[in-house]
Design a protein around this ligand. Sequence first.
Ligand SMILES: Cc1ncc(COP(=O)(O)O)c(C=O)c1O
Length: 403
Amino acid sequence: MVDPKIMIPHWPQWDKEDVNIVKEVLESGKWWAGSPTGHSGENFWLFQKEFADFCEVRHAFAVTNGTHALEIALLVLDIGMGDEVIVPDMTFFASASSVISTNAVPIFAEIREDTFNIDENKIESLITERTKAIIVVHLGGMPAEMDVICEIAKKHNLGVIEDCAHSHGSRYKGKRLGTWGDIGTFSFQASKVLTSGEGGAVITNDDELAEKIYSIIDCGRKEGKHSYDHYNYGSNYRLSELNAALLRSQLKKFPVQHIKRNENARYLLQKLNEIDGIACQKRDEAVQECANYVFPFKFNPEKFGEMSVTEFYTYLNSMGIPSDDSYPPLHGLKCFKQMYLRKGIDYSNANWGGIKSNNNNFPVTSLVSSQLVELPQEVLLADKTLMDYIVKVIRELRESFSS
Ligand SMILES: Cc1ncc(COP(=O)(O)O)c(C=O)c1O
């Protein structure tokens, strides 16, 4: 069992400042944002500005959640009816369900064995005349090969959406993640490194896209126009003032947490990689900051007595180390074994459905996912003694199989 002196921090973390700001909003009776020209609460507008500064981007919009943020991004890029969008095969369901929601067709791409992100070398073979965009996910905040991916997109005139649900604060080759592609999307759901329980954001440097994003989020309105004039087909994706207030005070605490996570993640990566049979997610030298939403590593079952991934993380849990498996490949989810998810959409080009959903069609992703264990971000907020304890437990487990 974990040494009782080693504390595993709880998540989310809050203090008086968070309580006070939410209380102030409650007591003000201004529980929603209002419009750009007629503010109700101020926190929503200030958070958008502060989050844009944090992301080093021109425009940030606060929305209901990360799934909606993806849907908005797709709608803004004019993706719909039968269009194809390339999505990594190993990510959370929302990266693909958002594509289905907009009546488009997700096409799954294999991931890389080392970074566990979309394999940039497998993208071009998936492009057809129907392909309109690529959704890139930076697993655990570790950047995908954005320069190569953006080149491919440019060559084929495709949009790039960065799903940054895991990537708050990640920086690659000098640029924040979310600013490499056309649009970046974020989630502030409870487990995320910046959270208000639920919430999301959409960011862009493109002024024209920003105008469209605003309109889609706010019922098709236009900034400065009468509120019953609706110029586009939009919806209500606005974040509440209470969530925005909480996000503002959480954002203030982020830098200290972020530094701690980065320090511990670098240390753990180096130490765990010294164990024969363990391979941590590759961190390129050009990754200056990583959100470390999760800390993923692969174990080689041959070196660990043919343990399954479930046996591996269950053992860690039994030793007091919170851990889990990673996402199952999307192609194998029950919904993607069916061919027809939305009425009237032509799914004949899909590389999933029926026998196409077979693991043999996605060998790398299937193998990686069967060997991938993740530590949640709060582990990285702990004292260094916890990192040493994790290394010790995994090393001793490995040694138990080495005779
Ligand atoms: C990669 C990824 N994309 C999108 C989402 C969706 O975010 P939300 O839960 O805020 O809708 C998540 C949530 O976990 C995620 O992990």
